[in-house]
Design a protein around this ligand. Sequence first.
Ligand code: GAR
Length: 188
Amino acid sequence: MVKKNACVFISGEGSNLKNLLKRSRDYNFPISIKLVVSNNPEAKGLNFAKKYSIPCLIVNTSFRFFETGVLNYLKKYRINIICLAGYMKVISKKFLKSFNNQVINIHPSLLPKFKGLNTFKRILDKKEIKTGCTVHFVNEKLDGGRIIAQKSFYITINSNVSDLKKRTQVLEHIAYPEAIIKIFRANY
Ligand code: GAR
């Protein structure tokens, strides 16, 4: 099968990157990861990229024209899709347009609920009974693009932020690959 070229943007741990790297080795998985971009030179996830010999680009987001530099690299590696995986910076409207809106993201809540940061604490404060994760297309609105896949679980009594994070990430590692398959197999 002819795979699409993907670039994964990270800022931290990189557990979703690790999972996607593993999955992308499957003959049947529709993407091949060609580039990893991080705004954080200390991101642990960069170690996974190194392990799989994937080129990494560290960007300084305070530099005004950094997105132009990133776009050049995306062209160089013929990237078809960007997967945000714990990338904690907002992508500009101009960048999205230049890249034809082929950007997807994973968020640790059942969108449209709990957009933005500090998700788990807000979910607990609101005494939600159910939560989960969402994979969605990225548009100019924060966590607002079209939903591709969601997975959910019931919150147990006495859950804390760390439990919620763990349980959410187990589902993220299933939902992200599923969403990618859905996009390319079903022309979603
Ligand atoms: C993931 O849980 C992802 O949903 C979240 O960051 C974590 C990154 O984990 N993303 C956001 O909160 C985006 N708003 P990872 O670095 O281990 O993949």
